[in-house]
Every structure is written in structure tokens, then in C-alpha cells.
Write a protein that binds this ligand. Structure first.
Ligand SMILES: O=C(CO)[C@H](O)[C@H](O)COP(=O)(O)O
Length: 233
């Protein structure tokens, strides 16, 4: 893999927030990769943590790195979730799902006390929406769900992997949806939630506690949320 200095700087910095004994959410993608690699090194040097993974890919990497993965029935709360994003605006609203892991990522973020988002500078935007919004849909009657999204102005495109439809870790499909500039992400999220067949969408509106931005010269900037993310605990 080519080294992306900004992604590496951000991913590795997030790991400084870990404490012994924590349960850690391992994100998915090329920035979370650097966090997982560094956690692996620290675990092999004696750091005691346990982890949950947001994708099969990250679970495989964690196993290679000898990071202990814990079954979900043994998890009460996740202390810190470290994950990437495809877009971040100045309210710390995110688009995620470029890697197709948005459902598991959102489930884990929703049960984490802190979600630290790691990105390079290219992910910062004024308004969400340049990156097509990934929407995970169930295969049953997917054509009908597709039509609902067309009616919503989503211009959906079925994600492909070569000649095959991309299938998520959950056995679902992804539609990449171009709404243009998303000026009211809360309203869009509500509209998407009303369409049966959509399992989840890539808008993460009230999840990030902090965003660590890595720059190509290796420096970082940390942006913290001015008000706490709404969590049920
Ligand atoms: O949401 C994701 C996967 O579903 C990723 O976190 C997102 O696509 C960012 O990936 P990368 O760090 O490779 O740019």
C-alpha cells in the first residue's frame, strides 16, 4: 500500500487516546488501517485492550496484528471507536461507507462513548454531498427501493465490484446516491429512514466526538465537538 502521510499521521495519533483495559472499536478503511497497525504494535508490546471490528476486513487485520477481538455478548460499552470518513463538515457531520462498512460502523459508533474520526485533509468539506452517499439496501425487491431513491432525487448508482454487484458483510447491496449539496442532512436522514428496504445510510450526524485531520506534511489538527454527541448513556 502507498503510504498516505496525512492518513498515517491521523490514524496513528488517535491511538494516543487509548488506555489499558479499554474496549476499542476498530474502523474500516485506509486511515483506520494505520490506527489498527499501531494498536497491534502496542498490544504486542504489552498494552491490554480488547476490540470489536467494524468489518470482516478489519477483523482479519486485527487478528493478524494479534489484537484480541471480543464477542459482542461480552461488550457492555465501547470506550473509543476509531474510524475514517469520506467527508467531514465543520459541524462534525460525516459521510461514511466508501468501503461499504457503514452499517457495522454505525452500530459500533452508536455504542461507543467516543468516536474519534481520522481523515486526511482532503475529506474536509464545507457542505456534505460531493462524495456520493452510500445507502445499504436489502436485496429483496431492491429495484423498488431503487425507485424510491430515484423519486427522492438520489440519482442512485448500484455499487459494483468488477462485473458483480458489491455485497456488504451483511449480504446487502450498496447504492451510491448523489443528492448534490446536502444542505439539510438531518432532513435527508429522516427521509431515508422512511424508505423500507434501506437498512442504513452513510450520514453520521451526531456521532463524532473529535476529528483528527492529517496533512500531507505529517502535521495534524484536532477538532473537538463543541457540544457532546447525543448518546443513550
Ligand atoms: O466509511 C468507511 C468504510 O465504510 C471508511 O471509513 C471511509 O470510506 C474512509 O476510508 P479511507 O480512510 O480509506 O479514506
Amino acid at each position: 500500500m502507498d503510504i498516505n502521510i496525512g492518513k498515517k499521521a491521523a490514524g496513528e495519533r488517535a491511538v494516543d487516546f487509548l488506555q489499558p483495559g479499554m474496549t476499542v472499536g476498530l474502523g474500516t478503511g485506509s486511515t483506520a488501517y494505520y490506527a489498527i497497525k499501531r494498536i497491534g504494535g502496542m498490544v504486542r508490546d504489552g498494552l491490554v485492550i480488547r476490540a470489536v471490528a467494524t468489518s470482516e476486513e478489519s477483523a482479519r487485520l486485527a487478528e493478524l496484528e494479534q489484537i484480541p477481538l471480543v464477542p459482542f455478548d461480552q461488550v457492555e460499552v465501547i470506550d473509543i471507536d476509531i474510524d475514517g470518513a469520506d467527508e467531514v463538515n465543520d459541524q462534525l457531520q460525516l459521510i461514511k461507507g466508501g468501503g461499504g462498512a457503514l452499517l457495522r460502523e454505525k452500530i459500533i459508533a452508536a455504542s461507543s462513548k467516543e468516536m474519534i474520526v481520522v481523515v486526511d485533509e482532503n475529506k474536509l468539506v464545507k457542505t456534505l454531498g460531493k462524495f456520493p452517499l452510500p445507502v445499504e439496501i436489502i436485496p429483496f425487491a431492491w429495484e423498488l427501493t431503487f425507485r424510491h431513491l430515484v423519486a427522492l432525487g438520489a440519482n442512485p448508482v448500484t455499487r459494483m465490484l468488477g462485473n458483480e454487484r458489491f455485497v456488504t458483510d451483511n449480504g446487502n447491496y450498496i447504492l451510491d446516491c448523489s443528492f448534490g449539496q446536502i444542505t439539510d442532512a438531518v432532513e435527508l436522514n429522516t427521509q431515508l429512514k422512511e424508505i423500507p428496504g434501506i437498512v442504513e445510510n452513510g450520514l453520521f450526524l451526531n456521532y463524532a466526538s473529535a476529528v483528527i485531520v492529517g496533512y500531507k506534511d505529517g502535521t495534524i489538527k484536532e477538532i473537538t465537538r463543541p457540544y457532546p454527541a447525543t448518546k443513550s448513556f
